[in-house]
Design a protein around this ligand. Structure first.
Ligand SMILES: NC(=O)c1ccc[n+]([C@@H]2O[C@H](COP(=O)([O-])OP(=O)(O)OC[C@H]3O[C@@H](n4cnc5c(N)ncnc54)[C@H](O)[C@@H]3O)[C@@H](O)[C@H]2O)c1
Length: 374
């Protein structure tokens, strides 16, 4: 299925591709690299900068000659993927191993910062449901500390990383996959989504005043792309999950038959959107989706992966709690306010992921290789 976002809360399917047909991929106007020249020598703090998205963002900021400080606990993955796969030690940044709940650590890193990206979070829907205490501490308490310290600092702008999870299942009166618009009613269906929505509102309360830094809020849709790896017990990140299951010769598990749709946005595109949100004038005080506007069902993702693994097959598993039916991003704001469009479509991005996985077999986590379902 390919489909177009018609901006009215529904999706119109057209054609037979895999969600790649109707979006213009590419930079509108000036290139991202040229626009990011504004960040040359700027001091940028990235909380969670050693994670998947953070590390790609940091690499991009370094290419723009920004001075980057990362504050991260380095414990989101059991096998130290932060260093072995995301390469955070080799990115030429100042790495502060610490917690965003630690006020002194936050104050110290923000002391002379020009910009902040707050991406640190307990970043998994299922994990937050299992451990709301950790979710609350990292996503609520930690965000409060970062916002308070940013408010009292000389920072020019803070970008809060939020999630499309805040939309939940969207408008209950609309049947099927939906187009999520930034100004629609928000109905989170998980602990994770609640914590992100709280962080958004709190950012608007504490920042953006005459004496406080500007802010911008980004709602990422489903981020994928190398070097993403699954987390134990997670049901997010289906490109990594399904590819690794297929590579291990196991059936690809489709929760609920794989009918849920996701707006898959490549991590490199997400990194570009996030860096641009620091400097794009019209983003001050705005909340903007970071997605492609194209819905892809989980089954379609599996079908893009399957040809790379001749023995691959599917099995249907139950829908997990808090897993939304999904939808895709309305993209007008990201095009007009952020002047950003994705460059990598899902077909190319999945192919690239599978090739990376073949070239990087040690990326398959030991806990996943060891057990049949993990
Ligand atoms: N990956 C996605 O599909 C997706 C979608 C929507 C939003 N997001 C958001 O994007 C951001 C980055 O997510 P990601 O996919 O890179 O996940 P990730 O787990 O790879 O990165 C999160 C990073 O934050 C760090 N961290 C967690 N708690 C911390 C704390 N208390 N103090 C300091 N560091 C801490 C972790 O160590 C990790 O390096 C998160 O805010 C996440 O909620 C991700």
């Amino acid at each position: 299925m390919s489909a177009t976002a018609n901006g009215s809360g529904n999706i119109s399917g057209t054609g037979t591709g895999n969600g790649v047909g109707s979006v213009a991929y590419g930079d509108p106007g000036e290139s991202v690299a040229a626009r990011l020249e504004k960040l040359r020598d700027a001091r940028v703090v990235v909380t969670g900068g050693a994670g998947l998205v953070g590390s790609r963002l940091v690499a991009l900021l370094r290419r723009a000659d920004a001075e980057v400080t990362v504050l991260d606990r380095l414990d989101a993955y059991p096998e130290s993927a932060h260093t072995s796969l995301f390469g955070v030690d080799d990115l030429g940044v100042k790495l502060v191993v610490g917690d965003v709940c630690d006020r002194e650590a936050v104050r110290t890193v923000l002391a002379d910062a020009d910009y902040v990206v707050h991406a640190a979070a307990y970043a998994d829907v299922a994990a937050c449901t299992r451990r709301p205490d950790i979710a609350f501490r990292a996503n609520v308490q930690g965000t409060q500390v970062v916002l308070e310290e940013a408010a009292a600092s000389v920072v020019r702008r803070l970008v809060l990383v939020s999630s499309a999870a805040v939309y939940g299942d969207g408008d209950p009166s609309v049947q099927g996959p939906q187009v999520f618009r930034e100004d629609q009613r928000l109905l989170p269906v998980s602990v994770y989504a609640n914590s992100k929505l709280w962080a958004e509102h709190q950012t608007r309360l504490l920042l953006g005043g005459p004496d406080t830094p500007e802010y911008a809020v980004l709602r990422y849709f489903s981020v994928y792309g190398d070097p993403q790896i699954p987390k134990p017990g997670s049901h997010s990140w289906m490109v990594a999950w399904l590819s690794m299951q297929a590579r291990l010769g196991r059936p690809m598990r489709l929760n609920g038959g794989g009918v849920q749709v996701r707006d898959l946005v490549h991590v490199e595109d997400v990194a570009a959107a996030t860096a641009l949100a620091l400097i794009e004038e019209r983003m001050a005080g705005e909340t903007v989706n970071v997605g492609t506007g194209v819905p892809t069902s989980v089954r379609e993702v599996g079908e893009l992966i399957a040809p790379h693994f001749p023995e691959s097959r599917f099995v249907t598993t139950p829908m997990p709690e808090g897993d939304p039916l999904g939808g895709c991003a309305a993209t007008e704001h990201s095009r007009e306010l952020l002047r950003w469009q994705p460059r990598i479509d899902v077909r190319a991005g999945v192919e690239r992921y599978v090739r990376w996985l073949s070239a990087t077999p040690h990326a398959v986590p030991g806990w996943l290789a060891a057990g049949p379902t993990a």
